[in-house]
Design a protein around this ligand. Structure first.
Ligand code: 5RP
Length: 244
């Protein structure tokens, strides 16, 4: 049986169908588009849809116009995502005005088979973590390059209050990390990001809590305590679904 998620057309694909047969080896961008299309099956029939940030989430947004009649309103994990949704005519509401988000669809920088993630490569980690917390179901969409056995090759983003930057960096060094201040970047919340290399993430849930307890940390990009519920993983053989 043909996997429907391998079928063209994909809305962001730059070439025509004739040049893109079904078995065409997929590029990373095509894998992102395939998982974005697969995620449309999870868009709720009513209520609130949460929409994440980043290039994979942007592919999902590009597909959303086709099903925008299905759900009532959206909440966005970044100003950029809100702008893109509004451009499609989708109503974006403040998270404070809703009790629950039915489904949240977002990408990840790394994800394990038990659906813990590193997020925040685009700097939207705090709002992403808040939307994830309010959501019933978190659907992670990622291409296969994001799947890892152990988190930590991708540097961990940590959002910090500006006056605490040096203190937090010293505390992160005590934890074995090598923090780097993300230059020329301010989060949607007016804060800074430290990207932390070489942390031991064998116990990601513990590390997530430890880092969040440092004074001045807003949050960190480990999503282990509240990981994804479903992973749609784009592979050369089609979209694999992994559930918690
Ligand atoms: C943004 C994020 C993104 O989900 C993450 O960086 C993945 O992005 P991309 O889909 O572009 O690889 O957490 O803060």
């Amino acid at each position: 049986m043909v996997n429907p998620h391998r079928l063209r057309p994909l809305s962001c694909v730059v070439y025509g169908e004739a040049e893109a047969p079904y078995d065409w080896p997929m590029t990373q961008d095509e894998l992102k588009q395939a998982v974005a299309r697969a995620a449309l099956d999870y868009v709720p029939f009513a209520g609130v849809l949460g929409v994440g940030s980043g290039s994979t989430a942007n592919c999902f947004i590009a597909e959303l116009g086709r099903v925008k009649h299905k759900f009532d309103v959206a909440v966005a994990s970044s100003e950029e995502t809100a702008r893109r949704l509004k451009a499609l005519g989708i109503e974006v509401v403040d998270l404070n005005s809703v009790l629950e988000v039915e489904v949240y669809v977002d990408g990840a920088d790394e994800v394990t088979r038990d659906l813990a993630m590193i997020k925040g490569g685009g700097g939207a980690l705090t709002r992403e973590k808040i939307v994830a917390a309010v959501s019933r179901t978190f659907v992670c969409i990622a291409d296969e390059s994001k799947l890892v056995d152990v988190l930590g090759r991708f540097p961990l983003p940590v959002e910090v209050i500006p006056m605490a930057r040096s203190y937090v960096a010293r505390e992160l060094v005590k934890l074995g990390g090598e923090p780097e201040w993300r230059q020329n970047f301010v989060t949607d919340n007016g804060n800074m990001i430290l990207d932390v290399y070489n942390l031991d993430m064998l116990r990601p849930g513990e590390l997530e809590t430890t880092i969040n307890q440092i004074a001045g940390v807003v949050t960190n990009g480990l999503f282990a305590r509240r990981g994804a519920d479903v992973l749609l993983l784009g592979t050369g053989d089609g979209v694999r679904t992994i559930r918690r």
